[in-house]
Write a protein that binds this ligand. Sequence first.
Ligand SMILES: [Fe+2]
Ligand SMILES: [Fe+2]
Length: 270
Amino acid sequence: MKQLLFLGDVVGAPGRVLLQRELAALRARLSLDWVVVNGENAAGGSGITRAIAADFAEAGVDVVTLGDHAWGQRGFEAEIATVPRLCRPANMPALCPGEPWRIVTDAGGARLLVFTVLGQQFMGTKADCPFATADRVLRELEGRFDFSLVEIHAEATSEKVALGWYLDGRASAVIGTHTHVATADARVLPQGTAYLTDAGMCGPHEGVIGREVAPVLGRFLDGRPRKLPVASGDVRLNGCVVSLDGQGTAVAVERFEWRGPLPAAAVAQA
Ligand SMILES: [Fe+2]
Ligand SMILES: [Fe+2]
């Protein structure tokens, strides 16, 4: 049996600090074989840097995935090719730099394929069809992996649920991200694919999807643009743990949430 921990979008320094502080202990306590983390909001709430990705790898993250905020940090497009164990969404235009998927091997030699597809509904990001892209990647890499995790980074729950059914029996897990709000629908679909509409986020929950309440509320009330600083309170890690059998099939999936006190210094770094 293999244990895979997937964690939703890491938001700013609060999310990073809690992840980096807790992951080694969680890895041991949950007997994890792989840890996959979405890092699209890790740097100041938008994007990621090579240095942050290196910190994640050192903390025990096997693969960092991204989403529509992949290019949120200036210059990352020039860095991404040099960042190991990170992939940008597979259905971004082929002109985009960065690897569209990753295969990582655990201590026993088992191979996990990881890739992300962006949704097309209400996203405002240029992306090819997530369904056709998932088909293509799974077909092209057939025989090169034993387990597969397909992340659907999307706004619409219907698009995410549909992809779960579409890949049932063909992917080990289909897990959603992007909304930063965890859903309560973790289940194993009939053909053995673990499914969760949204993993939630690793970041401050005393806020509006990771940002301070007052400026977000102000923008909704009067429509004027404002800076939206990363929030600081009630920091949690959110995601799910998938249990996989030797055939690459999911036998269980459970929501995962970890709360912990955060060192005050983390707030200033956000
Ligand atoms: Fe996000
Ligand atoms: Fe996103």
